[in-house]
Ligand binder design. Structure first.
Ligand SMILES: [Zn+2]
Length: 70
């Protein structure tokens, strides 16, 4: 019976580490799918490529500079 308890403890440790690792992946995928509208030209860009400035999002540095000037 000691052997059975040992398997349960090892299984629990493996399950614990597997559960800790798994929530990271869906979060990254969700961020990649998020699309943001450029405040200057209205082009939709992914949150990874978008440039955020003063709670506004821009598709490129060009649009950011345009918005700052205008
Ligand atoms: Zn733009």
């Amino acid at each position: 019976m000691r052997f059975l308890i040992l398997i349960l403890i090892i299984g629990g440790i493996v399950w614990y580490f597997f559960l800790r690792k798994s929530p990271k992946k869906p979060k990254n995928n969700h961020e990649a799918e998020l699309m943001l509208e450029c405040c200057e030209c209205g082009t939709y860009v992914s949150s990874k490529e978008a440039i955020s400035y003063n709670d506004k999002y821009f598709c490129s540095k060009k649009c950011l500079l345009k918005n700052k000037k205008g």
